[in-house]
Design a protein around this ligand. Structure first.
Ligand code: NAD
Length: 298
């Protein structure tokens, strides 16, 4: 039997409509327009595309978007000074510094300089601490989007075995915290895990966030399991004419996994579109908290 395909594009589109509705209410009731500032340093092509999409989606949701572009040679002090300015700007409720930053800038120092309540990426150490201890902080967008899709699919996840492959600070670790909060029995696998196949075979929920094309094999997936593939990998393949083409693949061997899983996110069109939609949602949440306004329901 073939798995249900979880349509991240449709899910994200619905969430964006919901966020636009929230923004409308905030404008009409309180004259509040949530504002997101995005800082891009340098000319990395992938980062430019992400920033352009964030800017466009923010405006489409009726929010203010402030884009700040800096030369790749900018000093850490200059970037920190821009962050400080944005921290104090009342029109800016969310600040996102696009990663990666050039090598001469200390990423951790920049993230830590963002006011935690404006850290809509949820990467600040205060926000990771709040997530780990069950407090109310900002939650990283990609894992939050994954949990939204999982909840929609599975409802109550209490007691389910969840295996997360990858332990990065931006995906794997917050994902584990979120699934613990949902009362899953969580296992984190990583590059030193022994017998990864046996670990994955036990999972009712598999989240792959590794960055290695098709690392998680289709025959490791327990029949009926729910598979969330966070990986975005560009691979080159030759077509029948011998012409090299790049295509996107995930961290899961999709063609085989789809035969075992109960539900699976595709790449592209799964987790990816959710990340920006959740960023918009986080910006609304941040704006409401900073102004003491109750966040409208979606
Ligand atoms: P990362 O490089 O920071 O972390 C990768 C993790 O994978 C590490 O914890 C490492 O221990 C683990 N790992 C590496 N090789 C392994 C192996 N052979 N077996 C088991 N574990 C192994 O990566 P990241 O930032 O978490 O991103 C992971 C993937 O998710 C990438 O493909 C990235 O492009 C993608 N991503 C997608 C989105 C999105 O919006 N869809 C957002 C963030 C990241």
């Amino acid at each position: 039997m073939s798995a249900d395909v979880i349509d991240g594009k449709a899910f994200a589109a619905a969430l964006k409509v919901g966020v636009a509705g929230q923004v409308n209410i905030l404008k009409e009731k309180y004259g509040l327009i949530p504002g997101l500032a995005v800082v891009l340093v340098g000319e990395d092509p992938a980062s430019q595309v992400y920033v352009r999409n964030k800017n466009k989606s923010t405006k489409e949701a009726g929010m203010n978007s402030y884009e700040h572009r800096m030369e790749p040679s900018v000093s850490e002090a200059e970037l920190l000074s821009l962050v400080a300015e944005l921290n104090h700007d009342p029109a800016v409720h969310g600040i996102l510094v696009q990663l990666p930053l050039p090598k001469h800038i200390n990423e951790a120092a920049v993230i830590d300089a963002i006011a935690p309540e404006k850290d809509v990426d949820g990467f600040h150490v205060i926000n990771s601490g709040l997530l780990a201890t069950g407090g109310r902080g900002m939650v990283p967008c990609t894992p939050l989007g994954c949990v939204m899709m999982l909840k929609d699919r599975l409802g109550d996840m209490s007691g389910l075995n969840a295996v997360i492959v990858g332990r990065s600070n931006i995906v794997g670790k917050p994902m584990a915290q979120l699934l613990l909060n949902e009362n899953c029995t969580v296992t984190m696998a990583h590059s030193r895990t022994r017998e990864l196949d046996a670990v994955v075979r036990r999972a009712d929920i598999v989240v792959a966030a590794v960055g290695v094309p098709e690392l998680v094999k289709g025959n490791w997936i327990k029949p009926g399991a729910t598979v969330i593939d966070v990986g975005i990998n560009r691979v080159e393949k030759e077509d029948e004419q011998g012409v090299k083409k790049t295509r996107l693949v995930g961290d899961v061997e999709y063609d085989k996994a789809v035969q075992n899983a109960g539900a699976i996110t595709p790449v592209p069109g799964g987790v990816g579109p959710m990340t920006i939609a959740v960023l918009l949602k986080n910006t609304v949440t941040a704006a409401c908290r900073q102004t003491g306004v109750e966040e409208p329901e979606i």
